[in-house]
Design a protein around this ligand. Structure first.
Ligand SMILES: [Zn+2]
Length: 272
């Protein structure tokens, strides 16, 4: 009888990923709570899967269950989902920012990007940084606009960058979205395969075109302050099976900005 091994972490933070590895094969999927994801063949003849935990998911100990297509359970393990301790961040949002509405089709295009699951793995880990600049707003922070809770959290991280700085593909992928949107601003969305997608917002100029295959380092566009933005920066989102997760976990090194931007026209963010 085949001996199957399953590698699953015991603990995961809200907004982070559960990486699953097994030598079992077939059409497998893993489920925790309401989230169910497929596993994909890896280079060693086994299978791997990425199960995202949303920032807003409940904390506690949950069963992670791996099943075959016909539902027999191959594995059940306990995973402790722990608090991500995401702080509050206030944004000074102007009335023109708050009245921004998406273009017809804009939200649909972003949703279609985020829910893309291409079976082929196009990317290699780790990712490169899309710009060399520092992080001035982390992933997951609970957003207040002008001191009032917005009900939103930060679904990506912000890299402070000068207007016009080139934005590079951090990993290989297909360009699914390349548009001048109204709410998201100049936007490029990449499909990296196997349920991993990323997006780059607020560009002053979009350089990539939809349907283009990109390699790490290819220029996607240029930093700007278009859409819902208070100053030039790159918003980098990384979704796994349509759930926003922390892009920071995909890169080796990330510098944190020492202080708010000294020469920004308006303050990008006031941290608590
Ligand atoms: Zn952002």
């Amino acid at each position: 009888m085949a001996q199957f091994r399953f590698e699953v972490p015991e603990t995961v933070k809200q907004g982070e990923l559960i990486r699953i590895k097994t030598n079992a094969t077939g059409k497998l999927h893993a489920t925790l709570g309401k989230t169910s994801v497929p596993l994909f063949p890896d280079a060693n003849g086994g299978m791997v899967g990425l199960l995202p935990i949303a920032v807003t998911d409940k904390t506690g100990v949950f069963d992670l269950v791996i099943r075959t297509e016909n539902e027999p359970v191959l594995f059940t393990g306990k995973v402790n989902v722990v608090n991500g301790h995401y702080p509050i961040q206030n944004i000074a949002a102007s009335s023109s920012m708050k009245s921004l509405t998406p273009l017809p089709g804009e939200m649909e295009a972003m949703r279609a990007l985020n829910t893309t699951v291409t079976p082929e793995k196009l990317y290699q880990s780790p990712f490169q940084l899309p710009t060399s600049e520092c992080r001035n707003s982390p992933f997951g922070v609970l957003r207040y606009y002008n001191g009032k809770p917005s009900g939103n959290f930060h679904r990506g991280l912000d890299l402070r960058s000068a207007m016009g700085t080139p934005i590079h593909a951090p990993a290989a992928g297909m360009v699914k979205v390349a548009q001048m949107f109204r709410l998201h601003g100049g936007t490029v969305g990449l499909d990296h395969g196997q349920g991993v997608t990323s997006h780059y917002l607020h560009m002053s100029k979009v350089a990539a075109v939809e349907g283009q295959r990109v390699q790490p380092g290819d220029i996607l566009g240029y930093v700007g302050s278009t859409g819902f933005a208070t100053g030039p920066h790159l918003h980098w989102g990384l979704y796994v099976h349509s759930i926003p997760t922390n892009p920071e976990r995909w890169v080796e090194r990330l510098r944190y900005c020492p202080s708010p931007a000294p020469v920004a026209k308006k303050t990008i963010a006031k941290k608590k």
